[in-house]
Design a protein around this ligand. Structure first.
Ligand SMILES: Nc1nc2c(ncn2[C@@H]2O[C@H](COP(=O)(O)OP(=O)(O)OP(=O)(O)O)[C@@H](O)[C@H]2O)c(=O)[nH]1
Ligand SMILES: [Mg+2]
Length: 628
C-alpha cells in the first residue's frame, strides 16, 4: 500500500517523511541547495501490523503541481501536511482538491510544526482545516497535531495511518496489470529501469509487457520492491522494473506498462467531468486544458453536455497525444495562465467514437462514474447495433476479466463469438426479420421460406448480430430454418385457386412438349410474372424437374429418357453425343443441356469426348422431391 504526501510548500512534508522513515526523500542536489522538493521522493515506512508501505513525497511548490499529480495518482492514502504556524494555504487547497479529484480513498491530516505554535492557535488552524474539508464536500479527516523536530505526535500519526490503511479495500489480485511510469533511468549493467506504482494486477520476471502509448513490446528483466529483488510485483506496491532492450526515450514519464493485449492508447474518450463554477463559465470546446491522468500529462480539449453546464456532466475529451486510459480512471484538468486546477473527472468510455453527446442526467452521471454495469449499458446504447468487443470490456468498462460474464448477464446483453450486443439491438433486428419474413410470405405465397442469407443481408447489421437474433427467434419458436430457408414456424405455402389453375396450365404445357419444353422466359411471356414461383411450386410437388437454369421438364418424360439410357447403353462403353442423340432422339439444342443434367444427377459421367453410364443407378430423381 502507498501513502502520498500533499500540502503547501515548506509546510514540512519532507521533514515529516524523514521523521517517520529516517529517509531524506530530497535527493537532488538542487533540492538540497534550494531547500525545497522538486521531484517525487520515495521512502519505505514500516507500520505495526501492516508491514512495509511505500511513501511518496511530493513537492509543494505551485510550479510542480504536475509532479504532485503524478505522485498522488494510484496512492491509497493522502497525508495532507499543514504547518500549524501558517495554516491553510493555496496549495493546501489545490492539493486537497487533487486528492479528491483522484478519488484517493482516505486522507489523514498532519498538523505539523506543532512546536512553533500554541494550543489556541492550533485549534484555530484545525477548525480552518475542517472548514476546508467541508467546503470541498469531503468527509472530515483524522487530524493529528505533530512535530518533526520534537517527534511529538508521531506515534499517534503512525497509528492514524495504520487505521486508515486497514480500512482501504485490497486491490483485486486477478485484475489486469498496469504500471504508470513515474520515472525512467539507466542503470549501468542493467539498462533501462522504470519505477512507478503497480495500479492493478501483477507482473513477474521474464514476462512480456507492452509500453503504451508507443506499443513497444519488451520483457521484464528484473523486479525490485523497496530495494529488494522480487519475482513478482503486485497491485498497490511501488516497483522498479528493469526492461529488456528498451531505450530510456521509449518509456518516459507518462508511459504505461501493461500486459493484456486489449489495452490501446486513446486520444478521444468520454468522461463524467466536474469543473469549478468559474472555470465552467470560461471553458469552451476551443479552450486548451492540461489533462493529468496517472503519470501522463497532455493538452486536451473538452466538449461538455450543454444541458448540464457547471454541474457534473458527460463530456467528450480529445487529447493532443495518445494516452492509456481505462474506464473508472480519474484525471485532473488544469487551466493555463495562470496555471490552476479547475476540475477533473472519471473516464466512462476510453474508446469513444465521434458522436454528439447524449443528454445525461446528473444521477446517471453518478452511476456512470461508479458502476461498470452502467457504463456497459451506456456504451451498448451508444454503439447502436455495432456491438462491443467482449475482449475490450475489462479496459473499456473497468472491471476485472473474471467479472465480465456476470456484468453481461446484469445488463441482459447478447454475446456472440466476439462482440456483445444489447437486448434493444437484438429486439430491433428481430422486428426486421419478422417484417422481412412476413413480406415474403405475402409476396411469394408459394415459397417454402425466405433464403436465410437474404434475410441476413437485408437486416443490414453485423452478421453476428443477425445470427444471434435469428437464433433467438428460433429458440422462442417464432421461426424455423429448413436447409437454406427461414420461415415463420408452421408456415406452409398456400396456393390460391388461381395459383392451382395457373400451375396446372404450366404443367400441362411442359408435359405436352415432352422433349422440347418451353423455356421459363417463354412461359413468362405466355402467363405472366408469377411463372417462376409457380414452377418452383410444381417442382417441389415433384411434377416437373429443372434440367437447365431456364427450362423445366415433365418429371415422367425425364424418367423415361433416363430409363432409355439405362436400358440401351452398355455399361463401361463410351458414347459420343451423336450416339446419345440417336438413343434419346433429341435435337442438338436440347441434347447437351440434358446430358449435363444427367452428369450432375449421376446417371452418366464424362469421359473424354463422350460419356459412360454410371453403374450406380440412384439418381437425383430418386430423392424426395420436396425438401420441406
Ligand atoms: N520547527 C519545525 N520546523 C520544521 C518542522 N517540519 C519542517 N520544518 C522545517 O520547515 C522547512 C520546510 O520543511 P520541508 O520538509 O522541506 O517542507 P516541504 O513541505 O517538504 O517543502 P516542499 O517539499 O518544498 O513543498 C525546513 O526548514 C524544515 O526544517 C517541524 O515540525 N518543526
Ligand atoms: Mg519537500
Amino acid at each position: 500500500m502507498i501513502i502520498g504526501t500533499a500540502g503547501h510548500i515548506d509546510h514540512g512534508k519532507t521533514a515529516l517523511v524523514k521523521a517517520l522513515t529516517g529517509v531524506d526523500a530530497d535527493q537532488l542536489p538542487e533540492e538540497k541547495r534550494r531547500g525545497i522538493t522538486i521531484d517525487l521522493g520515495f521512502a519505505p515506512l514500516s507500520l505495526d501490523g501492516l508491514g512495509t508501505v511505500g511513501v511518496i513525497d511530493v513537492p509543494g511548490h505551485e510550479d510542480f503541481v504536475r509532479s504532485m499529480v503524478v505522485g498522488a495518482s494510484g496512492i491509497d492514502l493522502g497525508l495532507l501536511v499543514v504547518a500549524a504556524d501558517e495554516g491553510v494555504m493555496p496549495q493546501t487547497r489545490e492539493h486537497l482538491s487533487i486528492l479528491l479529484l483522484l478519488g484517493i480513498p482516505r486522507i489523514v491530516v498532519a498538523l505539523t510544526k506543532s512546536d512553533l505554535s500554541d494550543a489556541e492557535w492550533r485549534s484555530l488552524v484545525m477548525a480552518d482545516v475542517q472548514t476546508l474539508f467541508e467546503e470541498m464536500g469531503a468527509d472530515q479527516p483524522h487530524i493529528v497535531s505533530c512535530s518533526s523536530k520534537t517527534a511529538e505526535g508521531l506515534d499517534e500519526l503512525r497509528a492514524a495511518l495504520s487505521t486508515a490503511l486497514r480500512a482501504v479495500r485490497a486491490r483485486a489480485d486477478d485484475d489486469l496489470f498496469r504500471l504508470p511510469v513515474g520515472r525512467a533511468f539507466t542503470v549501468r549493467g542493467t539498462g533501462t529501469v522504470v519505477t512507478g506504482t503497480v495500479w492493478s494486477g501483477d507482473v513477474g520476471v521474464d514476462e512480456g509487457v507492452r509500453i503504451l502509448p508507443n506499443g513497444r513490446n519488451t520483457r521484464v528483466r528484473r523486479l525490485e520492491q523497496h530495494g529488494h529483488s522480487v519475482d513478482r510485483a503486485r497491485g498497490g506496491n511501488r516497483a522498479a522494473v528493469a526492461l529488456s532492450g528498451v531505450e530510456m526515450r521509449d518509456v518516459s514519464r507518462g508511459s504505461v506498462l501493461v500486459r493484456d493485449e486489449n489495452w490501446r492508447a486513446t486520444s478521444l474518450f468520454e468522461a463524467v467531468v466536474a469543473l469549478d463554477r468559474d472555470a465552467a463559465e470560461v471553458v469552451t470546446p476551443r479552450t486548451r486544458l492540461r489533462l493529468h491522468a496517472g503519470a501522463s500529462e497532455t493538452g486536451a480539449r473538452i466538449v461538455m453536455d450543454s444541458g448540464a453546464a457547471g454541474n457534473r456532466a458527460l463530456a467528450r475529451i480529445a487529447t493532443d497525444a495518445p494516452i492509456a486510459l481505462r474506464a473508472g480512471d480519474r484525471f485532473v484538468l488544469r487551466l493555463p495562465a495562470p496555471l490552476r486546477t479547475v476540475g477533473g473527472g472519471i473516464v466512462v468510455d476510453p474508446y469513444a467514437r465521434r458522436r454528439s453527446l447524449p443528454g445525461v442526467s446528473v444521477e446517471r452521471c453518478e452511476q456512470l462514474a461508479s458502476s461498470p454495469a452502467e457504463r456497459l449499458r451506456f456504451e451498448l446504447e451508444g454503439e447502436q447495433g455495432r456491438g462491443i468487443r467482449i475482449s475490450d470490456l475489462p479496459v473499456r468498462i473497468g472491471c476485472s476479466p473474471a467479472e465480465v460474464p456476470e456484468l453481461i448477464e446484469t445488463v441482459g446483453g447478447y454475446a456472440g463469438k466476439h462482440n456483445l450486443f444489447s437486448a434493444g439491438d437484438v429486439e430491433q433486428v428481430m422486428a426486421s426479420v419478422r417484417r422481412i419474413v412476413a413480406e415474403y410470405e405475402i409476396k411469394s405465397p408459394l415459397a417454402l421460406g425466405v433464403p436465410a442469407q437474404t434475410v441476413r443481408e437485408s437486416v443490414r447489421v453485423p452478421e453476428e448480430l443477425a445470427d444471434i437474433s435469428i437464433k433467438e427467434m428460433e429458440r422462442a419458436g417464432e421461426v424455423e430454418t429448413r436447409g437454406p430457408l427461414l420461415r415463420r414456424r408452421g408456415w406452409a405455402p398456400s396456393p390460391t385457386d388461381r395459383d392451382v389453375e395457373a400451375s396446372n396450365h404450366l404443367a400441362h404445357d411442359i408435359c405436352a412438349a415432352v422433349q422440347e419444353p418451353p423455356s421459363v422466359g417463354e412461359l413468362v411471356a405466355r402467363y405472366g410474372n408469377s411463372v417462376p414461383a409457380l414452377l418452383r411450386y410444381l417442382e417441389r410437388q415433384g411434377r416437373i424437374v429443372q434440367v437447365e437454369e431456364d427450362r423445366y421438364y415433365d418429371r415422367s418424360a425425364v424418367e423415361q429418357m433416363i430409363d432409355r439410357l439405362q436400358n440401351k447403353l452398355v455399361p463401361g462403353q463410351v458414347y459420343v453425343p451423336a450416339q446419345l442423340r440417336d438413343v434419346l432422339g433429341f435435337s442438338r439444342k436440347y441434347l447437351i443441356p440434358f446430358l449435363e443434367f444427367c452428369d450432375r444427377s449421376g446417371v452418366t459421367e464424362r469421359r473424354g469426348e463422350g460419356r459412360v453410364l454410371r453403374s450406380n443407378t440412384r439418381t437425383l430423381l430418386d430423392r424426395s422431391p420436396s425438401h420441406s
